[in-house]
Design a protein around this ligand. Structure first.
Ligand code: ADP
Length: 260
Protein backbone atom coordinates (compact mmCIF):
# COMPACT_ATOMS: atom_id res chain seq x y z
CA UNK A 1 0.00 0.00 0.00
CA UNK A 2 1.08 3.57 -0.65
CA UNK A 3 -0.03 6.10 1.95
CA UNK A 4 -0.25 9.86 1.46
CA UNK A 5 -1.33 12.50 4.01
CA UNK A 6 -1.93 16.24 3.65
CA UNK A 7 -2.42 18.62 6.62
CA UNK A 8 -5.39 21.04 6.65
CA UNK A 9 -4.52 24.27 8.48
CA UNK A 10 -6.68 27.04 9.96
CA UNK A 11 -6.11 30.75 9.28
CA UNK A 12 -3.34 30.85 11.95
CA UNK A 13 -1.46 28.06 10.25
CA UNK A 14 -2.37 25.49 12.94
CA UNK A 15 -2.98 21.98 11.71
CA UNK A 16 -6.62 21.12 12.43
CA UNK A 17 -7.02 18.00 10.37
CA UNK A 18 -5.09 15.48 8.29
CA UNK A 19 -6.53 14.00 5.11
CA UNK A 20 -5.02 10.75 3.98
CA UNK A 21 -5.28 8.32 1.10
CA UNK A 22 -4.21 4.74 0.92
CA UNK A 23 -3.62 3.20 -2.52
CA UNK A 24 -3.22 -0.47 -3.30
CA UNK A 25 -0.07 -0.55 -5.48
CA UNK A 26 0.11 -4.32 -5.69
CA UNK A 27 -1.74 -4.34 -9.00
CA UNK A 28 0.46 -1.56 -10.35
CA UNK A 29 3.62 -3.45 -9.39
CA UNK A 30 2.27 -6.62 -11.02
CA UNK A 31 1.55 -4.67 -14.18
CA UNK A 32 5.12 -3.23 -14.19
CA UNK A 33 6.52 -6.73 -13.71
CA UNK A 34 4.43 -8.09 -16.60
CA UNK A 35 5.53 -5.22 -18.81
CA UNK A 36 9.21 -5.85 -17.97
CA UNK A 37 8.83 -9.59 -18.59
CA UNK A 38 7.15 -8.94 -21.92
CA UNK A 39 9.90 -6.51 -22.97
CA UNK A 40 12.55 -9.07 -22.04
CA UNK A 41 10.93 -11.95 -23.93
CA UNK A 42 10.00 -9.88 -26.99
CA UNK A 43 13.50 -8.40 -27.31
CA UNK A 44 15.07 -11.81 -26.92
CA UNK A 45 12.82 -13.32 -29.62
CA UNK A 46 13.55 -10.44 -31.99
CA UNK A 47 17.28 -10.97 -31.70
CA UNK A 48 17.35 -14.46 -33.23
CA UNK A 49 15.96 -13.60 -36.69
CA UNK A 50 17.94 -10.38 -36.69
CA UNK A 51 21.20 -12.27 -36.19
CA UNK A 52 20.39 -14.44 -39.27
CA UNK A 53 19.40 -11.37 -41.25
CA UNK A 54 22.77 -9.79 -40.45
CA UNK A 55 24.64 -12.86 -41.68
CA UNK A 56 22.60 -12.88 -44.93
CA UNK A 57 23.20 -9.19 -45.61
CA UNK A 58 26.96 -9.59 -45.03
CA UNK A 59 27.05 -12.67 -47.28
CA UNK A 60 25.15 -10.75 -49.97
CA UNK A 61 27.44 -7.75 -49.77
CA UNK A 62 30.57 -9.88 -50.03
CA UNK A 63 29.24 -11.76 -53.08
CA UNK A 64 28.08 -8.62 -54.85
CA UNK A 65 31.53 -7.09 -54.33
CA UNK A 66 33.15 -10.20 -55.75
CA UNK A 67 30.93 -9.85 -58.83
CA UNK A 68 31.94 -6.18 -58.98
CA UNK A 69 28.30 -5.15 -58.65
CA UNK A 70 29.22 -2.12 -56.51
CA UNK A 71 25.83 -0.42 -56.76
CA UNK A 72 23.95 -3.35 -55.20
CA UNK A 73 26.80 -4.02 -52.78
CA UNK A 74 26.19 -0.50 -51.45
CA UNK A 75 22.50 -1.34 -50.96
CA UNK A 76 23.46 -4.48 -49.02
CA UNK A 77 25.83 -2.38 -46.89
CA UNK A 78 23.03 0.08 -46.11
CA UNK A 79 20.84 -2.88 -45.16
CA UNK A 80 23.55 -4.06 -42.79
CA UNK A 81 23.75 -0.58 -41.28
CA UNK A 82 20.01 -0.54 -40.56
CA UNK A 83 20.22 -4.03 -39.04
CA UNK A 84 22.93 -2.73 -36.69
CA UNK A 85 20.66 0.14 -35.64
CA UNK A 86 17.80 -2.27 -34.93
CA UNK A 87 20.17 -4.52 -33.03
CA UNK A 88 21.28 -1.61 -30.84
CA UNK A 89 17.67 -0.68 -30.06
CA UNK A 90 16.88 -4.26 -29.05
CA UNK A 91 20.04 -4.45 -26.93
CA UNK A 92 18.92 -1.26 -25.15
CA UNK A 93 15.52 -2.82 -24.37
CA UNK A 94 17.24 -5.96 -23.09
CA UNK A 95 19.57 -3.86 -20.93
CA UNK A 96 16.63 -2.01 -19.41
CA UNK A 97 14.96 -5.27 -18.37
CA UNK A 98 18.29 -6.49 -16.98
CA UNK A 99 18.67 -3.29 -14.94
CA UNK A 100 15.14 -3.60 -13.61
CA UNK A 101 15.63 -7.21 -12.62
CA UNK A 102 18.97 -6.36 -11.00
CA UNK A 103 20.73 -8.59 -13.49
CA UNK A 104 23.12 -6.15 -15.09
CA UNK A 105 26.46 -7.39 -13.83
CA UNK A 106 29.75 -5.77 -14.71
CA UNK A 107 32.82 -7.85 -15.53
CA UNK A 108 35.76 -5.94 -14.18
CA UNK A 109 39.17 -6.46 -15.70
CA UNK A 110 42.22 -4.34 -16.48
CA UNK A 111 42.33 -2.67 -19.88
CA UNK A 112 44.16 0.04 -21.79
CA UNK A 113 41.83 3.07 -21.59
CA UNK A 114 43.61 5.07 -24.32
CA UNK A 115 43.42 2.16 -26.79
CA UNK A 116 39.70 1.82 -26.08
CA UNK A 117 39.09 5.54 -26.72
CA UNK A 118 40.89 5.31 -30.08
CA UNK A 119 38.99 2.15 -31.02
CA UNK A 120 35.57 3.65 -30.23
CA UNK A 121 36.37 6.94 -31.96
CA UNK A 122 37.65 5.17 -35.09
CA UNK A 123 34.42 3.16 -35.28
CA UNK A 124 32.19 6.20 -34.75
CA UNK A 125 34.22 8.25 -37.24
CA UNK A 126 33.24 5.76 -39.97
CA UNK A 127 29.56 6.62 -39.56
CA UNK A 128 29.80 10.42 -39.62
CA UNK A 129 31.13 13.27 -41.72
CA UNK A 130 31.65 15.36 -38.60
CA UNK A 131 35.27 15.54 -37.52
CA UNK A 132 35.85 13.90 -34.16
CA UNK A 133 38.79 15.72 -32.54
CA UNK A 134 40.76 14.24 -29.67
CA UNK A 135 42.45 16.02 -26.78
CA UNK A 136 43.66 13.15 -24.67
CA UNK A 137 45.99 12.61 -21.77
CA UNK A 138 47.84 9.37 -21.26
CA UNK A 139 45.49 7.47 -18.94
CA UNK A 140 47.02 3.99 -19.11
CA UNK A 141 45.56 0.91 -17.48
CA UNK A 142 42.10 1.18 -15.93
CA UNK A 143 40.11 -1.50 -14.15
CA UNK A 144 36.46 -1.76 -15.13
CA UNK A 145 34.09 -3.45 -17.58
CA UNK A 146 35.70 -2.71 -20.96
CA UNK A 147 32.62 -3.59 -23.04
CA UNK A 148 30.23 -1.60 -20.91
CA UNK A 149 32.53 1.45 -20.75
CA UNK A 150 32.87 1.19 -24.52
CA UNK A 151 29.05 1.14 -24.78
CA UNK A 152 28.82 4.37 -22.74
CA UNK A 153 31.50 6.10 -24.86
CA UNK A 154 29.72 5.08 -28.10
CA UNK A 155 26.43 6.22 -26.72
CA UNK A 156 27.67 9.69 -25.78
CA UNK A 157 29.46 10.14 -29.12
CA UNK A 158 26.42 8.89 -31.02
CA UNK A 159 24.20 11.41 -29.24
CA UNK A 160 26.70 14.21 -29.86
CA UNK A 161 26.58 13.43 -33.60
CA UNK A 162 22.79 13.01 -33.65
CA UNK A 163 21.96 16.21 -31.74
CA UNK A 164 24.36 18.49 -33.65
CA UNK A 165 23.28 18.02 -37.28
CA UNK A 166 24.43 21.48 -38.34
CA UNK A 167 27.86 21.33 -36.78
CA UNK A 168 30.99 19.89 -38.35
CA UNK A 169 32.93 18.77 -35.29
CA UNK A 170 32.89 17.05 -31.94
CA UNK A 171 35.58 17.19 -29.28
CA UNK A 172 36.57 14.26 -27.07
CA UNK A 173 38.70 14.99 -24.02
CA UNK A 174 40.23 12.61 -21.50
CA UNK A 175 41.94 13.61 -18.25
CA UNK A 176 43.53 11.85 -15.32
CA UNK A 177 42.69 13.66 -12.07
CA UNK A 178 45.11 13.19 -9.15
CA UNK A 179 46.21 9.90 -10.65
CA UNK A 180 43.01 8.19 -9.50
CA UNK A 181 39.97 9.48 -11.40
CA UNK A 182 39.51 9.23 -15.17
CA UNK A 183 37.42 11.87 -16.91
CA UNK A 184 35.91 11.28 -20.37
CA UNK A 185 34.06 14.14 -22.04
CA UNK A 186 32.22 14.55 -25.34
CA UNK A 187 31.55 18.13 -26.40
CA UNK A 188 29.22 19.00 -29.25
CA UNK A 189 28.06 22.28 -30.77
CA UNK A 190 24.47 21.25 -31.36
CA UNK A 191 20.97 21.94 -30.09
CA UNK A 192 21.88 21.83 -26.37
CA UNK A 193 19.54 21.07 -23.48
CA UNK A 194 17.32 23.52 -21.54
CA UNK A 195 18.61 24.15 -17.99
CA UNK A 196 15.59 22.56 -16.28
CA UNK A 197 15.85 19.34 -18.34
CA UNK A 198 19.53 18.59 -17.73
CA UNK A 199 19.02 16.09 -14.92
CA UNK A 200 15.95 14.52 -16.48
CA UNK A 201 17.79 13.28 -19.59
CA UNK A 202 19.29 10.44 -17.50
CA UNK A 203 15.82 9.11 -16.64
CA UNK A 204 14.33 6.09 -18.36
CA UNK A 205 12.39 6.86 -21.60
CA UNK A 206 12.92 10.63 -21.10
CA UNK A 207 13.36 12.67 -24.26
CA UNK A 208 13.51 16.48 -24.37
CA UNK A 209 10.39 17.58 -26.18
CA UNK A 210 10.61 20.30 -28.75
CA UNK A 211 9.61 21.23 -32.24
CA UNK A 212 12.54 19.34 -33.75
CA UNK A 213 11.99 16.22 -31.66
CA UNK A 214 10.63 14.14 -34.52
CA UNK A 215 13.81 14.60 -36.54
CA UNK A 216 15.88 12.77 -33.91
CA UNK A 217 14.93 9.12 -33.64
CA UNK A 218 15.42 7.28 -30.34
CA UNK A 219 13.80 5.58 -27.37
CA UNK A 220 15.22 7.71 -24.58
CA UNK A 221 17.12 4.79 -23.04
CA UNK A 222 20.80 5.32 -23.91
CA UNK A 223 21.58 7.83 -21.17
CA UNK A 224 19.60 5.90 -18.57
CA UNK A 225 21.59 2.74 -19.35
CA UNK A 226 24.84 4.72 -19.47
CA UNK A 227 24.19 6.27 -16.07
CA UNK A 228 23.43 2.85 -14.55
CA UNK A 229 26.70 1.46 -15.97
CA UNK A 230 28.73 4.40 -14.67
CA UNK A 231 27.07 4.23 -11.23
CA UNK A 232 27.88 0.54 -11.03
CA UNK A 233 31.47 1.35 -12.04
CA UNK A 234 31.73 3.56 -8.96
CA UNK A 235 31.62 6.76 -11.00
CA UNK A 236 29.30 9.60 -11.99
CA UNK A 237 27.87 10.96 -15.24
CA UNK A 238 26.78 14.55 -15.83
CA UNK A 239 26.19 17.18 -18.48
CA UNK A 240 27.02 20.84 -18.99
CA UNK A 241 24.89 22.38 -21.68
CA UNK A 242 23.59 25.64 -23.09
CA UNK A 243 20.40 25.47 -25.12
CA UNK A 244 21.13 26.33 -28.75
CA UNK A 245 24.91 26.24 -28.22
CA UNK A 246 25.78 22.63 -27.42
CA UNK A 247 26.37 20.04 -24.74
CA UNK A 248 29.30 18.53 -22.92
CA UNK A 249 28.50 15.04 -21.59
CA UNK A 250 31.07 13.66 -19.14
CA UNK A 251 31.67 10.66 -17.00
CA UNK A 252 34.22 10.07 -14.27
CA UNK A 253 35.28 6.64 -13.07
CA UNK A 254 37.92 5.51 -10.59
CA UNK A 255 41.09 4.42 -12.39
CA UNK A 256 41.22 1.34 -10.19
CA UNK A 257 37.81 -0.02 -9.27
CA UNK A 258 37.75 -1.17 -5.65
CA UNK A 259 35.76 -4.38 -5.44
CA UNK A 260 35.44 -4.17 -1.64
P1 ADP B 1 17.60 9.05 -27.26
O1 ADP B 1 18.73 9.79 -27.89
O2 ADP B 1 17.38 7.69 -27.84
O3 ADP B 1 16.35 9.85 -27.18
P2 ADP B 1 19.09 9.18 -24.73
O4 ADP B 1 18.76 8.53 -23.43
O5 ADP B 1 20.43 8.92 -25.30
O6 ADP B 1 17.96 8.73 -25.72
O7 ADP B 1 18.92 10.73 -24.55
C1 ADP B 1 17.78 11.24 -23.86
C2 ADP B 1 17.45 12.64 -24.35
O8 ADP B 1 18.47 13.56 -23.97
C3 ADP B 1 17.37 12.76 -25.87
O9 ADP B 1 16.11 12.40 -26.37
C4 ADP B 1 17.68 14.24 -26.09
O10 ADP B 1 16.51 14.99 -25.89
C5 ADP B 1 18.66 14.55 -24.96
N1 ADP B 1 20.07 14.50 -25.41
C6 ADP B 1 20.94 13.47 -25.27
N2 ADP B 1 22.15 13.77 -25.76
C7 ADP B 1 22.06 15.05 -26.22
C8 ADP B 1 22.99 15.96 -26.84
N3 ADP B 1 24.26 15.63 -27.09
N4 ADP B 1 22.52 17.18 -27.18
C9 ADP B 1 21.25 17.55 -26.92
N5 ADP B 1 20.32 16.73 -26.35
C10 ADP B 1 20.73 15.51 -26.00
Amino acid sequence: FLGRAVPIKDENGEVIQWIGTCTDIDEFKQFQQQKDNFLGIASHELKTPLTSLKLYSQFLEKNLRKQEDHKNAMVALKMDDQINKLNNLINDLLDVTKIQNGKILLNHSEFDFDALVHEVVAEQQMSTKQKIDLETENIGIVSGDRNRISQVMSNLINNAIKYSPESDKILITTKLKENKTVLFSVKDYGIGIPENKKDKVFEQYYRVSGSKEHTFPGLGLGLYISSEIIKRSGGKIFVNSVEGKGSDFCFEIPKIYNLL
